[in-house]
Ligand binder design. Sequence first.
Ligand SMILES: Nc1ncnc2c1ncn2[C@@H]1O[C@H](COP(=O)(O)OP(=O)(O)OP(=O)(O)O)[C@@H](O)[C@H]1O
Ligand code: SF4
Ligand SMILES: [Mg+2]
Length: 331
Amino acid sequence: MTAERKPTKERPKPLLRVDGLSKTYSKRVGLLARQEIHHAVWGVSFDIPAGRTVALVGESGCGKSTLGRLLVRLIEPTYGRIFVSGRDVTSMNDAEFRPYRRRLQIVFQDPETSLNPRLTVRSIVSEGAVAFGLASGSALEDLLVAELSAVGLSADALDKYPDQFSGGQRQRIALARAMILKPEFVVCDEIVSALDASVQAQILNLLLDRQESTNVSYLLITHDLAVAEQVSRTLLVMFAGRIVEMGRTAEIAENPRHPYTQELFLASPKLGAEPPKLSSTKLQALAVASSGCAFRLRCPMAEPGVCDGEAPTLRSISAESSQRVACFKAT
Ligand SMILES: Nc1ncnc2c1ncn2[C@@H]1O[C@H](COP(=O)(O)OP(=O)(O)OP(=O)(O)O)[C@@H](O)[C@H]1O
Ligand code: SF4
Ligand SMILES: [Mg+2]
C-alpha cells in the first residue's frame, strides 16, 4: 500500500468546512439523578479539500463517531456549522439537504449490523440508487455490476445474502452501497478495524483507487495510527471531544507535540516503539479534567497554575510547521 497518491503543492478549496462544531448530551448522574452536560464533541473546526483523506484518531469514547455522524447530518449539532462547497448545510431543511444526503456518505465498522441480513446484495446496494433516481431497469443492473466489480466482487454476489460473505466481503458490499451514489465525501468509521491485515490493505487500496478516479474525500476514523499514516495526508487527534493536535500526518508522526499525541504514538505497537510505562496517575486511564486542560489528570507535563485555569485552544507551533496544538506547554 502506498501513501495518498496525489500530493499537490497548491491547497485546493475545501470541499467540507467545519466551524465550531459541538454536540452535547445531558445525562443523569448520582443518587439524586443530577443532570450533567456531556460534551461529546466540542468546538471542532477543520476543513477537508476535495480528493483528500483526513484521518481522525483518539481513544474509545473521545467522540470520533459522534463527529462522523454530525458531518453527514445523521445527528444534528448543538452548536457550530458545516459547509459543503461553501454552502451552510446545517441551516438547510430536509428538502434542501436531500441532494447532500447523496453527496455525503458514511460507512460503519460493523457490516453485521449495518447490512440487513434479510435483503439480497442487489437490494442493499441498489436501495440508495433507486431512492435518488440514479438508474433503473437494465441501466441499474449495469451500474450494480460495475459497482460490485469496482469493489472486487462478481455479479454472482447480487442474489446472495450478507451472511454468505466473509467480513471483508461484507465491508466491500457496504462500500459499494455508499459508492454507487457517487459521493463527494465519505466518513469511513473504523471500517477496517475488524479485518485482518491483508484484507485491511485491500480495502484501503479500494478507497484510494476510488479517490483517484472520482476525487472523493474521506474522513477516516481509526484507532490504528499505522493505518492513518498509510492513507492520510492530514491527521486530527481527538481527546475528550476536542481536537488537541492537527496537521500533516507525516509531520505529526515524526514529531508529535501534544502530550496526548505522544502517548498515543508511544502506545502504538505497530510503530515499533516500546510501550510507555504507565504511572499510577496514568492508570486512571479514563480520567478527564472538567476544568482547565481536559488531559491534565493524565499529563506528565501538567503544571498547576498553568493547565488548570482555561482550556487550551489550538495554536500554530511555528510558521514552518503545519502542526496546531491545544496545549500551553507544547513546543
Ligand atoms: N446518543 C447519545 N446519548 C448520550 N451520550 C452519547 C450518545 N452518543 C454518544 N454519546 C457519548 O459521547 C461520547 C463519544 O462517543 P463516540 O461514540 O462518538 O466515541 P468514539 O470515539 O467513536 O468511541 P469508539 O472508539 O469506542 O467508537 C461517549 O462518551 C458516548 O457515551
Ligand atoms: S495544557 Fe498542560 S495538561 Fe494540557 S496537555 Fe498541555 S501540558 Fe498537559
Ligand atoms: Mg466510534
